[in-house]
Design a protein around this ligand. Structure first.
Ligand SMILES: [Zn+2]
Length: 380
């Protein structure tokens, strides 16, 4: 069973999302929770952003968590100096690798870009830091150049390389093919990390595809918050890796919901009620057919046991409910009703749901039940 390693970047790419800003207390809390979940490594910020960011990163380092930490840096000696001042030993040193970004952003040829990266990486290594190389916009880079870059940096002692699908230029098949091709051309102990964005809703799919093709590390964020449409969501990658690929990631999945709630609240972001695994509606069922199936045999409509992520199925009443669902909701409150009463209540449930375009609060159902019971008494 292949175990993937998670390098969470909620505190770097997650905070890079428009309008997101974590306080120091929130950053410390997120770092503690990530570590408690068993995440192997966290990217915790960009020292070049200034003194406050550096102090925040240093405060996280001072927690002395068992989780490895990493800073994100451009390929300049100044950035490396700032990274070193934070006390975090892992320095991620990044350079664009596509022609369009190298020329358009930095005005460099590929060779000039590689030399710039080489100087910064060597400098970090000389300072006693562990360096990971970031290849920004890998998915639009020339494969020969990528291979040459990895081989050159490998000779300097770098073993970890991040393949970034910075602008969502891959579908899962392309990701698998490119990762495989790159791994075939470089020494066997190169560890690739895949970092994917979600502009087509494929961040998790591309990440999983890269891991299945041989990459070791998945770069993720909690609830997928990140630049533009976000990054691969940690919980989606971890759960799909376990259930669809038969792998593991060594993370306490039962703690994911608490971690996600905390991050979502601190980010001020609405990630949507239907967000997989951590969303309010992830295990909520209304349809009479589904509720009936689940009550008879969970496997009929259960993707995985929600208890695995510390959650449970929730049945709600609405336009698509059946009388079995109405009876079940009441039964959970210790109230037994006849099929006829359940049927009459169901009519009111549907009327209410259609008129208000919403689910029916249980308190309404209880009130209608009382009315039904009174009517029955009056009739006697
Ligand atoms: Zn990114």
């Amino acid at each position: 069973m292949k175990s993937l390693k998670l390098c969470d970047t909620t505190l770097r790419d997650g905070e890079q999302a428009a309008g997101v800003s974590f306080t120091r207390a929130e950053k410390l809390e997120i770092a503690k929770l990530l570590s408690e979940c068993g995440v192997e490594q966290a990217e915790v910020g960009i020292p070049a952003m200034g003194r406050r960011e550096q102090e925040d990163i240093a405060a996280i380092a001072e927690l002395g968590l068992p989780m490895k930490l990493m800073t994100w840096n451009r390929s300049t000696l100044g950035d490396i100096d700032k990274a070193r001042s934070t006390g975090v030993n892992w320095a991620h040193v990044s350079i664009p690798v596509s022609d369009i970004q190298l020329q358009g952003k930095l005005g460099l040829t590929p060779l000039e870009g590689m030399n710039k990266l080489l100087r910064a990486a060597e400098y970090g290594l000389r300072q006693g830091m562990t360096v990971s190389v970031g290849m920004e916009d890998s998915s639009r880079a020339d494969m020969k150049f990528l291979t040459q870059l990895v081989k050159t940096l490998y000779k300097e002692g770098i073993r970890r390389f991040r393949y970034a699908d910075t602008v969502s230029a891959h579908h899962p098949g392309q990701m698998a093919g490119r990762i495989q091709t790159l791994l075939d051309a470089v020494p066997a102990d190169v560890e690739l990390e895949v970092h994917c964005h979600n502009d087509f809703g494929l961040a998790a799919a591309n990440t999983l595809s890269g891991i299945a093709a041989g990459a070791v590390w998945a770069s993720t964020t909690v609830a997928g918050i990140g630049e533009r449409t976000g990054n691969a969501a940690m919980e989606e990658v971890a759960m799909a890796w376990r259930h669809l690929y038969g792998g593991e990631c060594g993370v306490r999945l039962d703690l994911l919901k608490g971690l996600a709630d905390m991050v979502i609240a601190a980010s001020g972001r609405n990630v949507g009620d239907a967000k997989p695994i951590v969303g309010q509606l992830a295990f909520t069922h209304e349809s009479g057919i589904h509720v009936d199936g689940l009550m008879k045999e969970k496997a009929t409509y259960q993707t995985f046991d929600p208890a695995e992520v510390g959650r449970s199925h929730r049945f709600v009443l609405g336009k698509h409910s059946g009388s079995g669902g109405v009876a079940h909701v009441l039964e959970q409150r210790g109230l037994e009703v006849s099929p006829e009463t359940a049927g009459r209540l169901l009519e009111r449930v549907r009327e209410y749901a259609e008129a208000r375009k919403s689910n029916v609060p249980e308190v309404m159902l209880l009130q209608w039940l009382m009315e039904e019971q009174q009517r029955a008494q009056n009739a006697v």
